[in-house]
Design a protein around this ligand. Structure first.
Ligand SMILES: Nc1ncnc2c1ncn2[C@@H]1O[C@H](COP(=O)(O)OP(=O)(O)O)[C@@H](O)[C@H]1O
Ligand SMILES: [Mg+2]
Length: 249
């Protein structure tokens, strides 16, 4: 399953969401590929910090505008249970390539109506990709909600006008996300009992459920100990976390 984190605005949390989804999947013992498709290379920098600290981390590769071509990501993805692609902050050939490959496109977005307006520009690109691949699912992730504010509580409603479904899970503005990434970690490995960790876990569960409604994610490991996990389908399920194959363009 391939999740593309996209949108044409910078600083909305694409890399933060990408790294947290990948890290949560890793915590479930999945084979995780994190594709850095952004020249800013946030994911690659984060991965280098994690490597220097000797931390468990997903496989990270850099890919560009040809990532959707045969022999590229569609081929590579077969060796992984969960693939996340972190996209650039502009509407270009890389974003199109991501949408031509992903099962689910996520659009992180700030909580205000103004943030929602900025999403309007991506809809034509999404529609274009869906003409080729009608099965492409897409949703908004609300990020940077200020906890305890009325405006924050209204964020999902504000964004529902943008023309895309809005995920139930909302990420708040939390310093833990920034500190975790700076340490080469995710919220769950940096501060396992934090609110940010709970949000990241909920986000992964919701995304996984959206991708594979029949499958429960494998049991999460103790934080920071991804190897101690078991992967496998829910008892009675015929599917495995990596079994949902989609046609690629
Ligand atoms: N929920 C959040 N709480 C606090 N800081 C955040 C949150 N989401 C993103 N940030 C911070 O905002 C900045 C931009 O986030 P980033 O994920 O790099 O965005 P993008 O990839 O869309 O450019 C980073 O410094 C990141 O740590
Ligand atoms: Mg980024």
């Amino acid at each position: 399953m391939i999740v593309a984190i996209t949108g044409q605005k910078g600083g909305v949390g694409k890399s933060t969401v990408a790294i947290h989804l990948a890290s949560e999947a890793l915590g479930h013992g999945m084979r995780v590929l994190l594709v850095d498709a952004d020249p800013q290379a946030t994911v690659r920098t984060w991965s280098s910090v994690a490597a220097m600290a000797g931390l468990n981390r997903p496989t990270v590769v850099a890919m560009g505008a040809d990532l959707h071509q045969p022999g590229q990501l569609p081929e590579l993805a077969k060796s992984f249970d969960f693939v996340v692609v972190d996209g650039p902050a502009k509407l270009d050939t890389v974003q199109r390539a991501m949408l031509l490959t992903a099962d689910l496109a996520l659009f992180p977005c700030g909580p205000s109506a103004v943030d929602a307006w900025a999403l309007g520009d991506v809809l034509p690109t999404l529609q274009e990709a869906r003409r080729i691949r009608p099965e492409l699912d897409a949703a908004i992730v609300v990020n940077r909600v200020v906890p305890g504010t009325v405006y924050g509580r209204q964020a999902r409603q504000n964004l529902s006008t943008a023309g895309l479904p809005v995920l139930r899970t909302v990420l708040a503005q939390r310093i833990t996300y920034q500190e975790a990434l700076a340490a080469g970690k995710s919220a769950s490995t940096y501060a396992p009992s934090s609110e940010a960790s709970r949000e990241a876990r909920n986000l992964f569960n919701e995304v996984f459920e959206r991708l594979s409604p029949q499958v429960t994610p494998p049991v999460a490991s103790a934080p920071g100990n991804a190897k101690a996990t078991t992967t496998g389908p829910r008892p009675g399920s015929k599917k495995t976390p990596g079994s949902k194959k989609k046609k690629v363009a």
